[in-house]
Design a protein around this ligand. Sequence first.
Ligand SMILES: *Cc1c(COP(=O)(O)O)cnc(C)c1O
Length: 392
Amino acid sequence: MSKSVYLDNNATTYLKKEVFDAMIPYYTEHFGNASSKFYEVGRVAESAVLSFRETVAKAIGAKTNEIYFTGSGCEADNWAIKGIANAYKEKGNHIITSSIEHHAILSSCEFLEKNGYRVTYLPVDEFGRVNPEDVEKAITDKTILISIMTANNEIGTIEPIKEISQIAKKHKVLFHTDAVQAIGHMHIDVSELGVDLLSMSAHKFHGPKGVGALYIRNGVKISNLIHGGGQERGKRAATENVAGMAGIAKAIELANENLDKNILEMTKKREKLIKGISERIPYCRLNGPVGEDRLCNNVNFSFKYIEGESILMMLDMKGVAASSGSACASGSLDPSHVLLAIGLPHEIAHGSLRLSVGDDTTDEDIEYVLEVLPPIIERLRMMSPLYEEVTK
Ligand SMILES: *Cc1c(COP(=O)(O)O)cnc(C)c1O
């Protein structure tokens, strides 16, 4: 049997057996349409949806009616940006975000720019951190929304969300955070964070793909992204994905149940990888912050003189699943916008590798990667004309 080590948990996570089991009844006996209240099978679905909404709300310290289910993290992000922009267009047309957001945010902002809005993309420091003072300086009387991610999916930077939310409050500007990477890896409480909107996605914390949620604080106006029926209290049309909602509810419940233990365990594995790679491989650079400010499961290195894609191919031959730059950026020749934003030159950004651990990652998995990775880097460098120059 060949070895298989999955270290791409920032891209997606395996579906937990308990989560799958919680979903099954809503594909089988409880198949009813949650909006069909005139018969039992519909009412069962309807009351299930309410209880799943309650579970998700409780998990992030929100009220039940502040949770809106969506079809993905991308949809939640799109909705937050475009829905707020449209609802508050009388007040202003300016949005503040960072240059290292997920493409769901960046592309939504670019779309708005083509439609009369103005967007400030804040720079980040060498560790990917947004400076709250920069946020404050960027605010104008036309600013309607600030959107800064809780934690970055490529280099694991945890952003100063509480500080930024205080600034947003002071200036009476709405604040959205993309917490897709944060759920399951950090304590998330919407009132503690002080955010008005928050996005999440089930498949990043062992739930099903194609289910997300947007927290919208009561009192915040938002336009629809999806028009149609009256589902999600008229704010998001589509027949309720009851099984998916069962999945996200079970997944977030489990994530919170084991959170402290998971954070501790994943941090240990992360540190073991960082230390092992730094010690064994020359000419490498850890991207992103160290210690507390880093997402507990994320490791990102640049290896000089080689290409990330070649590393991935050779790791794949050894049964190791990892990522380079970001999964969303693959297929394009441009290096990751995040790595460029932290100041890496193109050639170094190209040689990047992201390893993200999960709750199922074992010490043996880490040792195996630390055993196979150095010879791979060495072999690729031997084939690199750039490296030849250096070693001459
Ligand atoms: C994965 C991810 C998304 C998109 O979520 P999907 O459910 O895959 O659409 C958005 N933001 C961040 C930070 C992510 O990591």
